[in-house]
Ligand binder design. Structure first.
Ligand SMILES: [Zn+2]
Length: 65
């Protein structure tokens, strides 16, 4: 009988690529921000701290680790 390894995704912090909805500028955002992150291009809010994890306002394109 084979043992099955179940991969449990660890809730670790990571970087995410987020596209600004206003100007389509891509930014790398840490998933556990403690301050409001604004787009460097237009100043639109991309992420804001919400508890322990960031609330992403833009379009998440995927992780950027
Ligand atoms: Zn922008």
């Amino acid at each position: 009988m084979k043992k099955h390894h179940i991969l449990v995704p660890e809730p670790k912090s990571k970087f995410q690529k987020v596209k600004c909805k206003e100007c389509n500028e891509e930014s790398i955002i840490y998933s556990h921000v403690t301050t409001v992150i604004q787009c460097v291009h237009c100043g639109n809010v991309l992420a804001e701290p919400a508890g322990s994890i960031a609330k992403i306002k833009g379009d998440v394109l995927g992780s950027a680790e």
